[in-house]
Design a protein around this ligand. Structure first.
Ligand code: PAZ
Length: 303
């Protein structure tokens, strides 16, 4: 039995399918479509979930990259993201209490206005967002569990297949390698009175294999490799490329992921670095990653 037979689709799978289908039909003739995955998946312990295994990913990479892809008007983005993590545009206010950004309008006390110190940032972000919204170039699909993520990933990929080489996959989500099969999950909240549970995790099948071979065989597929031990990072990235034969692996270390990444291709490597000055001015490494990838993607498309 394959993983999809063992794990039933989420109840809203048909709705997601029809949203993705309409989005792809809208852009099919004129644009390339990028699937950006972002944030981490959860592994629930119980069917009525109270506890779950999670991971660190905040969705900075995915949400920031989405904004840079959207700066190119030839691109539309499907943003498949962990529901509680950062989203493009609104991320700029994620650490601000929005009630503290507002005040009464002195001319009309029944109205609220944005405080002067926030106006410039709110205005530029709002304008960037409006530009994208006007052409409907962003579709956001939220997931929580590994099961949601793997089902939506398949649905999106199969819908992108007809775009051929005009589909770009940017798989930055931190997807669990282990899961608890549904039949082994408790129905209700695990009870401490029954003692510490023994949980046997199973390996999640590597979906990059069917994705590259069957779901989107002509797409430009970029996967990410995260490690904490620098000595194994490049060899693991190269191994992934050899195994799955996709376009490129972005290799990064947990500690330095905002300052340094390596784009690994079959016969070359590009080191992308941020200087202290660039970082202090608020520049983001995702801008350089996306520019580099778009150049490669367009070159392949034209060849
Ligand atoms: O989401 P974030 O900005 O906090 O982190 C990004 C990242 C490290 C999850 C991403 O760059 C990445 O490497 N994703 C793949 C992780 C993996 O190897 O499974």
């Amino acid at each position: 039995m394959n993983w999809y037979e063992e794990n039933p689709a989420p109840i809203n799978a048909d709705l997601i399918q029809s949203q993705v289908q309409s989005f792809c039909s809208l852009h099919h003739q004129k644009r390339s479509i990028v699937l950006v995955t972002s944030g981490g998946t959860t592994i629930p312990f119980e069917k009525n979930t109270v506890r779950f295994i999670d991971n660190f990913s905040q969705g900075t990479r995915g949400s920031a990259s989405t904004e840079y892809f959207l700066q190119d008007e030839d691109m539309a983005v499907i943003f498949l993201y962990r529901s509680t993590t950062l989203r493009p545009f609104v991320r700029h206010f994620a650490h601000t209490n929005f009630l503290e950004m507002l005040q009464r309008d002195p001319q009309d006390l029944s109205q609220l206005q944005v405080k002067s110190e926030h106006v410039s940032k709110v205005m530029t972000t709002w304008q960037d967002y409006q530009k994208v919204k006007m052409n409907n170039r962003l579709l956001e699909v939220g997931f929580t569990t590994l099961t949601d993520y793997l089902w939506y990933l398949k649905i999106v990929c199969q819908t992108l297949k007809p775009l051929g080489a005009r589909a770009l996959l940017y798989l930055a989500a931190a997807v669990s390698d282990f899961y608890i099969p549904r039949q082994d999950m408790a129905e209700h909240k695990l009870q401490s009175s029954e003692g510490a549970p023994t949980v046997q995790l199973k390996m999640v099948p590597k979906m990059l294999a069917p994705l590259v071979m069957d779901w989107v065989p002509q797409a430009f597929v970029v996967s990410f490799k995260l490690e904490t031990d620098e000595s194994i990072l490049l060899s693991k990235a190269r191994k992934a490329l050899q195994t799955y034969k996709h376009s490129l692996v972005v290799a990064n270390l947990l500690e330095s992921r905002k300052e340094r990444v390596i784009l690994v291709e079959a016969s070359s490597e590009d080191l992308i670095l941020m200087s202290v000055e660039e970082l202090s001015k608020g520049h983001e490494i995702e801008e350089k990653i996306v520019q580099n990838l778009l150049t490669k993607f367009k070159k392949k498309l034209e060849s």
